[in-house]
Design a protein around this ligand. Structure first.
Ligand SMILES: NC(=O)c1ccc[n+]([C@@H]2O[C@H](COP(=O)([O-])OP(=O)(O)OC[C@H]3O[C@@H](n4cnc5c(N)ncnc54)[C@H](OP(=O)(O)O)[C@@H]3O)[C@@H](O)[C@H]2O)c1
Length: 221
């Protein structure tokens, strides 16, 4: 049976990822921040705030010896709404970097033995088109810088882990109707996640270090 761990699985894209993989017969470990968070049927709960290194260490201890085919670092925040040049809130910006960048790095580092013990050895980072330097518009800079840095983490890990057979990718879900994406976003979580799962299912060693959209098309860095 294939096993996946998804961070931030209590709502939004993480919930839908957990739901679809579980429905497909995968063993799914979903991390949430609160014991009250709702998870799809069959999904195993772990409590983790990805900005809390002690909780990440406890997660690694709890999962010691468990092979993971896919690690999906999905948890993310956009920071205070409306931040722009002239009104940056640096505490909020720091929090965005702590969750979106350092959280993903720390979870990956802690669970590396689990991933390398897995058959597929896939590390998927939930990036965003807003993290593309080539397409930079100046919009939502705190969030965009966190995803651009996450993309560099992907490239670096792909190079570092190539000899160990790991496949590391940055994935963009598109603009999706979640709490973060808002009600007017064009994509439903079901469609975005179906696309992301197809992309993950088709990954080969040569894809490591790529930045891919939910429809499989490459995004310029
Ligand atoms: N929606 C879009 O259009 C869109 C576009 C591009 C990229 N993305 C990316 O997709 C990912 C999921 O976003 P979403 O749209 O599903 O957003 P969402 O509905 O706001 O969900 C965010 C998820 O991240 C979790 N999370 C936040 N801070 C956390 C922390 N410190 N530790 C652990 N978990 C934490 C939340 O858990 P709680 O319930 O505990 O808060 C929640 O499960 C994010 O990385 C986001 O940047 C989304």
């Amino acid at each position: 049976m294939n096993t996946i761990l998804i961070t931030g699985a209590g709502r939004g894209l993480g919930y839908e990822l957990a739901r679809q993989y579980a429905a497909d017969g995968w063993r799914v470990i979903g991390t949430v921040r609160s014991a009250q968070a709702k998870l799809p049927a069959g999904v195993e709960r772990q409590i983790v705030d990805v900005s809390d290194r002690k909780q990440i260490a406890a997660l690694a201890s709890a999962l010691r010896g468990m092979a993971l085919d896919v690690l999906f670092c999905n948890a993310g925040i956009s920071g205070k709404r409306g931040m722009a040049l002239g009104s940056f809130d640096y505490d909020s910006w720091e929090e965005v970097l702590r969750v979106n960048l350092l959280g993903a790095a720390a979870v990956t580092e802690a669970l590396l033995p689990n991933i390398l013990a897995g058959e597929r050895k896939v590390i998927a980072m939930m990036s965003s088109r807003l993290g593309s330097i080539a397409e930079a518009s100046g919009m939502t800079l705190p969030y965009a810088t966190s995803k651009a840095a996450l993309n560099m983490l992907v490239k670096g890990l792909a190079a570092t882990l190539a000899s160990k057979g790991a496949i590391v990718v940055a994935l963009s879900p598109g603009w999706v109707r979640t709490d973060m994406g808002g009600a007017t976003a064009p994509l439903a979580p079901e469609a975005s996640v179906a696309g992301l799962r197809k992309v993950i299912g088709g990954l080969r060693a040569a894809d490591s270090g790529k930045f891919l959209s939910h429809d499989g098309s490459p995004i310029p860095w």
